[in-house]
Design a protein around this ligand. Sequence first.
Ligand SMILES: Cc1cc2nc3c(=O)[nH]c(=O)nc-3n(C[C@H](O)[C@H](O)[C@H](O)COP(=O)(O)OP(=O)(O)OC[C@H]3O[C@@H](n4cnc5c(N)ncnc54)[C@H](O)[C@@H]3O)c2cc1C
Length: 543
Amino acid sequence: MKFQIDVTLSPEDEKNTTLINKLILEKTLEKLSPQEKKSFNKSELKSVFVKKSIDARRGKVKFHLRYDVYIGEDPSQSENALPHWKKADEKKSVIIVGSGPAGLFGALKLLESGIKPIIIERGSKTDERKRDIAAISTKDTVNPNSNYCFGEGGAGTFSDGKLYTRSNKRGNIQSVLQIFNYFGADKKILTDAHPHIGTDRLPQIINAMRNKIIECGGEVHFNSLVTDFIIEQNATGPVAKGVIFKNTKDESENQITADCVLVATGHSASDIYSIFARRAPDCLEAKTFAAGVRVEHPRELIDSIQFHGKKSENLGAAEYRLTTQVDGRGVYSFCMCPGGFVVSSSSSADEIVVNGMSAAKRNSRWSNAAIVVEIRPEDIPQEFTEAAKKMGCTQLAGLLFRSKIEQDAKLNGNGQAAPAQRLKDFLANKKSKDLPASSFTAGLVSSNLGEWLPKQISERLKKGFEEFNKNMKGFICDDALLIAPETRTSTPVRITRDADSLECTALRGLYPAGEGSGYSGGIVSSAMDGIRCCEKIAEKLKS
Ligand SMILES: Cc1cc2nc3c(=O)[nH]c(=O)nc-3n(C[C@H](O)[C@H](O)[C@H](O)COP(=O)(O)OP(=O)(O)OC[C@H]3O[C@@H](n4cnc5c(N)ncnc54)[C@H](O)[C@@H]3O)c2cc1C
């Protein structure tokens, strides 16, 4: 017999095994029928820790621990097995554009069927990428192919590595976590309710995944920017046969063909949408996205609000999640980084974009989160729709609007030093005389954000912050800082695909996957989407 039970404890009792075992026994007995109780033998009870979550609602901090309880069964029999990655047999191959979570997990999925993945990645390996990322703050330079968004491991490599998702496909989530754990992530990710890896650990994990793919016969081409698709016309219409790519170091051009192409280029690859706009415009679709700012507070303040002034080593840095509706649009927190840093995640020198990350210990002096406003296709100002029309693809309007916000941020910043304002001053519509200390190392420029952010964003943000302050008293405070803009929580464009085959509707042989294609948001859901697409590809190639 197997079932789950939840045990609730104070943070101080988290490691009190005597108490925990007592509670497990009590809860188990509560679950048993009178008849089952009669035959129950305590020595046959085995429990396996499944998940831990912190509950700080209603003025008290509690830990909820979830256990799988087995009576007369062997827990090891029900563990999820890791996949078996085979040596690629060279008979079938798939080009994967982009080595983010969708691309890497997709590649591993193909290897389960012995299909060879060929990854084409515009950015550099993690080691070189670290230097390019450092140069954003130290030298004010942005390498357009190697930055926080582009390079080995994708946008998630130098991130918080938060691994929770709103997707509810539990089994699939667990298998992604198990693969991360196999490649080096702490086993705590398998049991934490809100698992995260940390930016200091992610690069080694990504390297280990890449090495496994190569060891199994896959190929990984770095510094290789895809500039076009090789398309053949056949009786049923256009079919993608391969890609043309440019070596970003020596500018040499190459091409490669394969049985299928998976496009997993992330939310920042505007150039990929331009290729689609030119080659298969019908498959682009405008979608809702979001834009706003990053808010940063002293970590102690957020901990104190969330944990009601309680201090405990066991609690770690506090998280929050805020959401409200303002004038018919969602205003919400996103990618909250407790004990983290705000970073400059621009992917081109003519823009400023910010994001957040934290190390495994989440122990910086600050906590930050994106606070963004929902933007629907019908909210895009006319001038961007007109401009997109002139480009022959109105679906790109949202992308142009996003770029304008990022370029305006550049005009109001200085180099990669980002425009910033105290939250209180933003609400009072006045430029800040000075700015509080911040984790953002690329520099800050005092700016009245309400003067240049589109009104549909700034006005809703103001009302949203007032609402959030009702739930988290003290959120609006002297030291709360806004850094702008946060524009890449998702993409404004979707590449359409068939609901069953997951193949692109206007270009057969091509599979759009992950966040840039509009099918996921975040590391785990992008990994799951890459896996799903590659399952479909494997089915097709094996038939
Ligand atoms: C700083 C930061 C922190 C984040 N923190 C978190 C977090 O804690 N948790 C979370 O779930 N999500 C986080 N995210 C978001 C998360 O990283 C993305 O949702 C996820 O990486 C998307 O995966 P993907 O595989 O679809 O695309 P990406 O990870 O964006 O990967 C796309 C890849 O394609 C490559 N590429 C693009 N164009 C081309 C081309 N033309 N030719 C060849 N290669 C190309 C890029 O270089 C990139 O490596 C964060 C993002 C950033 C920037």
